[in-house]
Ligand binder design. Structure first.
Ligand SMILES: *Cc1c(COP(=O)(O)O)cnc(C)c1O
Length: 399
């Protein structure tokens, strides 16, 4: 009976039956292809959000749809109690792509981060010799690592935290980009430093030049793990396979997610050093859906796309073009970011980010506002002409 709803009906049903933890723009989408989505009225929209970077390869990339469809016809789920023929190849291919040694599969980004935190704590007790229960993890101010109780325990955003305590202890916060503050927060009980190499939800914040290399040095000097949350910055979004690659820096553990599922399924993983992930023994950690055949088949197809280097190159080249064009717009106060990932701060006076994203919607462009800025992170399959279409729509809205 719900199959013939108008767009307004759909929104009313959502208002009545869905939890209110999002405030979507008033558009009801039904199809997607490449960098475009189509709504129920048949209107097309350029997607400048790309599912928060879960859609790096665009909507329904043919190679990803083919891999998912083929796997649907073979085997979808086994549980990790048994081996299946997609799992080993997925782990090996993902490790080889990222230059790492071992893979722990999971589903959501938050689950990958949680898993990395557990590994770091266990490593601190078993290898570093931290007294039982005393391990600490140092994180950055304005971090975003997901929404679980433990992860919001070390958020500095009151909206993410308020009303959700009591919180998990064992975290220290140092301002992002400040190496002296980070050094002061590290002590003999520190298991790990957990950072986003570029902070996504904080506004696509690129840290000062040299900071990430200094973090690596600090971790080496202090016997502390460097855990990089590349759930959003990774997998070609910034113009490199991993955002840390730009700095020539290696982390001990990486959390990956979002684009790893090709916009089809939730697929995440912790990848990194075998002697660190290797602290986990049978029974100590797990996930019913982690590493399932569908996830591995799609993840392998994602790895194959990334191994060509084409998406990294598109993000580098088109990203420079996008950032330059956005910076020239009247009404834009500041553009920051890297590759096809930009935060556009709208000059003061007048309309809220929400009003601007609403006006963009009217012009066929889907974009997410965040405080008084817009997040621009299109699928990496976007073309130069499509970038022009999006930038010109923004220019018209800001005029
Ligand atoms: C989105 C995100 C997460 C959480 O991923 P979910 O799949 O939403 O749980 C974690 N870390 C970063 C940096 C992210 O951008």
């Amino acid at each position: 009976m719900n199959d013939h709803l108008t767009p307004d009906d759909h929104i009313a049903v959502v208002d009545r039956w869905s939890a209110r933890n999002y405030h979507p723009l008033p558009v009801v989408l039904s199809h997607g292809e490449g960098a475009w989505m189509t709504d129920l009225r048949g209107r097309r929209y350029l997607d400048l959000l790309a599912g928060y970077s879960a859609l790096n390869f665009g909507h329904r990339h043919p190679a990803l749809v083919a891999a998912a469809t083929a796997q649907l016809d073979r085997l979808t789920l086994t549980g990790r109690a048994f081996h299946h023929d997609q799992f080993g190849p997925f782990c090996q291919e993902l490790a080889e792509l990222t230059g790492t040694e071992m893979v722990l599969p999971a589903n959501s980004g938050a689950e990958a981060v949680e898993s990395a935190l557990k590994i770091a704590r266990k490593w601190a007790y078993q290898v570093k010799g931290v007294p039982d229960g005393a391990a600490e993890i140092v994180v950055a101010g304005d971090n975003f690592h997901g929404r679980t109780t433990t992860i919001v325990s070390f958020s500095t955003d009151p909206e993410a935290r308020d009303g959700f305590g009591p919180f998990t202890p064992g975290f220290r916060v140092a301002p992002y980009g400040d190496i002296d503050a980070l050094r002061a927060a590290v002590n003999g009980n520190t298991a790990a430093v957990l950072l986003e190499p570029i902070q996504g939800e904080a506004g696509v914040v690129v840290p000062p030049k040299g900071y990430l290399a200094e973090v690596r040095q600090l971790c080496d000097d202090s016997g502390v793990l460097f855990v990089a949350d590349e759930v959003q910055s990774g997998l070609a979004r910034t113009g490199a396979t991993l955002a840390l690659d730009h700095e020539g820096v290696r982390a001990d553990l990486y959390a990956l997610g979002k684009a790893l599922g090709g916009g089809i399924l939730p697929v995440s993983a912790v990848v990194g050093r075998a002697d660190v992930i290797g602290v986990l023994r049978p029974g100590e950690h797990g996930s019913t859906f982690g590493g399932n055949p569908m996830a591995c088949a799609v993840g392998r197809a994602v790895v194959r796309l990334l191994a060509t280097g084409e998406f990294q190159e598109r993000s580098r080249e088109l990203g420079a073009y996008l950032q330059a064009r956005l910076s020239e717009l009247a009404g834009v106060a500041e553009v920051q970011g890297r590759g096809l990932w930009a935060s556009v701060r709208i000059a003061g006076g007048g309309r809220s980010g929400r009003e601007i994203s609403g006006a963009l919607l009217e012009r066929g462009v889907l974009c997410k506002d965040y405080h008084s800025s817009l997040r621009v992170a299109p699928p990496l399959v976007i073309t130069r002409d499509e970038i022009d279409f999006g930038v010109e729509a923004l220019a018209a809205v800001l005029a």
